[in-house]
Design a protein around this ligand. Sequence first.
Ligand SMILES: C[S@@+](CC[C@H](N)C(=O)[O-])C[C@H]1O[C@@H](n2cnc3c(N)ncnc32)[C@H](O)[C@@H]1O
Length: 308
Amino acid sequence: MTQHLTVADFANLFGIKPEEMPKACLDMIAKGNWAYAPYPQVERDHIILDFLRRIRDRQFSFVTEGDKDRWIKGWGENLEGFKKSGDLDALTPKYIRPNMPVRLFGDFVKTEDPFFEKHWYAIFREWLLLTYVKGFDHIFEFGCGSGFNVARMAELYPKATVHGLDWAEPSVEIVENLRATKGLNVHGHQFDFFNPDYSLEVPPNSVVVTIGALEQTGDKNAAFMEFLMKKRPALIVHVEPTYDWYDPNSLVDHLAITAHELRNFWRGWHERLNGLQKQGKVEILKTKRAYFGSLVLEGFSQTIWRPL
Ligand SMILES: C[S@@+](CC[C@H](N)C(=O)[O-])C[C@H]1O[C@@H](n2cnc3c(N)ncnc32)[C@H](O)[C@@H]1O
């Protein structure tokens, strides 16, 4: 039976009331095709069997400390495309594939729009940036990748200084190019989560954003948390797959848990953060499981907090 994501569903997935949805996002929702349906059993079995085969054959890219070559290659391609065309669209990461099953409300669903996830994410990102990045003088995106979030934040908040940080050199070059060619108030810096650069200045009224970036740190993210506790930004916003919030009793979640482990995605962050909150050192303002994602996992769970 075909269903459609409504404004109320978007609000539920973002963790807000429908009346809090910004006008810009309502307009974007109105333009999309949000039709989806459960998979017929045979197709669903096929998806799950294929997933299990990938698990058995270890067919997942995985995080190893120091392995930045694939990022240099990927963002290098975006950099070349951007230099050639001068078009911000050239910064869209290439890893979003069409016609893939989508995770929605804890199950796999089939969507009419082949780019359902990409279009959903565009609305989610706009909402996130309009809601949590507003009113800050300095914006830092750590693990900024192709720079497409950096560019959007600089467009939305021209008075703010936007810093894009990544360990991959082409990312830094893209951000620097954005300033030179588009006149955006952005600055690129090289930065490694495993060895944070304490010479980086984080002025008062700064917000820190990570989007699908800390996921890449495995269990080696204590150094970056320590860095944040020292630098004390006013707000920290993570959009990351969150291991702790899957339901181990659900088959679909179990697959995500296994993929998360095989890929060596980040773990341990929430345990430490909860510990710091108990000690009165941080305030956790929002935690929201995504209940939306790709075939492999839910990449858009929100954790919003601040050092006290
Ligand atoms: C999945 S991409 C996400 C990029 C971007 N935030 C986005 O939303 O498209 C992960 C990013 O984290 C960066 N990264 C991975 N390990 C890192 C590390 N140790 N230090 C800094 N950046 C890292 C990668 O270079 C890549 O740009």
